[in-house]
Design a protein around this ligand. Structure first.
Ligand code: AHR
Length: 354
């Protein structure tokens, strides 16, 4: 059979050369992806492309770190205190902190993390808004070989897990916080109360777990019942508005459990506007221990606030430094909290309020 020739080569030879060239190009591409993932997914990270990243990705740099901090929102005393704590600790460590504010949007927080990845940070500290959507941000960082440390809220472990997809979760025991608030309420109402529960942001681990801890404990006291339980987004004004609405449906309420102080302060305002006396007609309990919450305990309107520390800076940088030095980090670095009541709040307000 007659063969067509190109530059003196027959078609079979040409096909072999072209195929070989394509294969070489493909190998070259995959190698370059690997190495760019290695240096960079983060300038101080190690490992190759997503397939060759360690689980979780390693951090080989111990000094001069470029740290990305993805905050889920930056309003309200608790969030502002957390952000300041991170900024102060970064400064003390000589680290560069690149800050992003997701403004309460899960999709913005995912793109914020993607932008930190593009800026080749060494490590990402993520305070996830909600636990399912933000698992994607963890996986994006892992694919770029950048280690992630979660602070204050966790992600769904079915979608991303500690010591595999991310380094660790540093945070409070939210279930225990809810339980402590319930125990105090049972004790201080003689085990008899009709409760309105104001929940934090739906899908946030802080809200899910605080509800679980409280609701399960309340079930152990037959005289306690939850009249209504509604999301008020950890926000003072939403707490006030939600309480105002729920009060109309449940004027017989005798207790309020708010998942944070901001919503409790809002609920106290709504109770007063409806002619009820918080602390007398209605017992209010909450979580956080911000300055306004502590002052409300002092003036008798708030019964207790279980502390949830926002001061993550020092422990986060300490954990990062231990990880960079090759130490094994536990899946959960548990933050130990206090519980404020009228008996001890004066002793802590100067040091712990924010
Ligand atoms: O995740 C912690 C919670 O989030 C705090 O209790 C609350 O005030 C904040 O918005």
């Amino acid at each position: 059979m007659k063969q067509t020739k190109f530059f003196g080569l027959n078609m079979s030879a040409l096909f072999i050369i072209v195929l070989g060239g394509l294969l070489l190009t493909a190998c070259g591409t995959s190698n370059s992806t690997s190495s760019s993932g290695g240096s960079g997914g983060g300038s101080g990270s190690s490992g190759g492309g997503s397939s060759s990243c360690a689980s979780p990705p390693k951090l080989s740099k111990t000094t001069g770190l470029k740290v990305g901090f993805s905050q889920n929102e930056n309003t309200g005393p608790w969030r502002l205190a957390e952000t300041k704590s991170m900024q102060d600790a970064a400064k003390a460590q000589g680290a560069q902190l690149i800050f992003t504010d997701a403004q309460s949007s899960a999709s913005k927080q995912i793109s914020d993390v993607d932008s930190l990845i593009a800026q080749k940070v060494d490590v990402i500290v993520l305070a996830p808004l909600t636990s399912e959507p933000l698992a994607k941000a963890v996986q994006d960082a892992k694919a770029a070989c950048i280690p992630v440390v979660l602070i204050d809220r966790d992600v769904d472990h079915k979608l991303a897990s500690p010591n595999k997809d991310y380094v660790t979760f540093i945070g409070s025991n939210f279930v225990q916080q809810g339980k402590l608030a319930a125990d105090w309420l049972i004790k201080n109402t003689g085990g008899k109360a009709k409760i309105i529960e104001l929940q934090g942001t739906t899908g946030a681990s802080a809200a899910t777990d605080r509800k679980t801890g409280f609701d399960n404990e309340i079930k152990t006291a037959p005289g306690m019942s939850i009249l209504a339980s509604q999301d008020a987004d950890f926000n003072r004004d939403k707490g006030r508005q939600t309480m105002q609405t729920l009060l109309q449906a449940h004027p017989d309420v005798t207790a309020v459990y708010a998942h944070n102080d901001e919503m409790a302060i809002g609920a106290i305002a709504a109770l007063k506007a409806a002619g009820k006396k918080p602390g007398k007609d209605v017992t209010v309990v909450s979580i956080d221990g911000e300055r306004d919450g502590m002052n409300a305990i002092i003036n008798g309107e708030l019964g207790t606030s279980v502390q949830s520390s926002p001061f993550f800076g020092p422990i986060t940088f300490q954990t990062i430094s231990q990880y960079a030095s090759g130490n094994k980090i536990p899946d959960w670095v548990v933050v130990q909290d206090l519980q404020y009541t009228k008996d001890n709040v004066q002793q802590y307000i100067a040091k712990n309020a924010y």
